[in-house]
Design a binder for this molecule. Sequence first.
Ligand SMILES: [Zn+2]
Length: 78
Amino acid sequence: MPSEHCPNCGSGTVVVRTVNDRLRVANPRGQSFEIALRLPMCRCKACKFSWQGQEAFAAKEVAYQHALLQGALLDLHT
Ligand SMILES: [Zn+2]
């Protein structure tokens, strides 16, 4: 169970649903690229409000770091 509480109504009846999402990001050299990721979305059962919780930010960070790593590896081979 997520420890999140609904930021809209304060209810603790929150479910996390994972959705496919795409993120447009830029690497440190300013080249932008798109990454596909599985994003956990929080949803409040009480008021139907949905938002991105800590899990979503963590998932984005992991996906971004992974993409940078892949980009670095590709650079090595070209
Ligand atoms: Zn709510």
